[in-house]
Design a protein around this ligand. Structure first.
Ligand code: SF4
Length: 282
């Protein structure tokens, strides 16, 4: 196990993305923001949005005091707008219940609605330099391949190096030990990996063809279009469902479909519907 740890940390020191702004800081709030943005969004897309968000809301207090509509506007370009709302609610709770200071202990972190086991571990590792294993899908896959399931991710964390270790595993999973086509031939761990093929070139496989429906026909796309349209309205103003349906011109969505989408956004707390007027939630 020591060899594996040494090799991965050495690779990270040379090739890791230690310069990412959320890797350089130990500010718990900034790390929380980055973790929320990085859920389901690529690093390159997150970078400019992260910088702009931190500039607008530099502290938990500023985010807690902002209106939901402004936070959703600031989130533009990241998608999955409910993350913005959850983040803001966490800021409000931390201000109210923890004096504006994100707690370090696991129990308190987990008591915050929207912080699950992965985010709590990531906060502890990246903000407080604890040796928690932050296990998302990528990390689980890499560890499973490395040990063929014989070790839990937590057992691999070198003592006192949780920050680097978690970062290194994430970078390896993103750049080399990818889900569909692991690049075993150039992997720094191939000599200690239980899943490494004897002939690394044999790992080159054809990518399976995706049978997924086009993104433009998904509910997520339609929800995003509604939010994008509402973002462009002057603060406090709404638009009628009828006009919204006409403006969005989504041929495969009827007026009733659009109403159902708006209602789902209302249930998520992102949008308000008064009479037939739709607006961003305040
Ligand atoms: S050798 Fe292959 S399977 Fe093992 S960690 Fe490296 S890329 Fe992943």
């Amino acid at each position: 196990m020591r060899k594996l740890q040494r090799r991965l940390l050495a690779w990270y020191a040379r090739n890791g993305r230690a310069q990412l702004p959320w890797r350089k800081t130990r500010n718990p709030y900034r790390i929380l923001v980055s973790e929320f943005m990085l859920q389901q969004t690529q690093v390159e897309r997150v970078l400019p949005k992260y910088r702009a968000f931190i500039k607008t809301y530099p502290t938990l207090e500023t985010l807690a005091a902002a209106s939901v509509a402004d936070v959703i506007r600031q989130w533009q370009g990241l998608g999955y707008n409910s993350r913005a709302l959850r983040l803001k609610r966490i800021a409000e709770t931390v201000v109210k219940q923890f004096g504006g200071v994100l707690p370090r202990d696991l129990e308190s972190l987990r008591s915050l609605k929207g912080i699950g086991p992965y985010t709590a571990a990531a906060l502890r590792a990246f903000a407080f330099e604890c040796d928690d294993a932050a296990v998302d899908t990528n990390v689980r896959r890499v560890v499973h391949r490395l040990t063929l399931g014989s070790e839990e991710p937590q057992a691999l964390v070198p003592r006192g190096r949780g920050h680097e270790w978690n970062s290194a595993l994430m970078d390896l999973g993103a750049a080399i030990c990818t889900a569909r086509a692991p690049k075993c031939s150039i992997c720094p761990l191939r000599k200690v990996c239980a899943a490494a093929p004897i002939d690394p070139a044999a790992t080159k496989r054809a990518r399976p063809k995706s049978a997924a429906i086009p993104f433009e026909r998904t509910t997520r796309f339609a929800r995003g279009r509604v939010i994008d349209r509402l973002r462009r309205l002057p603060a406090g103003q709404g638009v009628s469902l009828l006009v919204l349906h006409r403006e969005l011109a989504m041929p495969d969505r009827t007026a009733d479909d659009l109403k159902a989408i708006v209602e789902s956004l209302v249930r998520d707390g992102l949008v308000s519907l008064r009479g037939r007027q739709v607006a961003l939630a305040e």
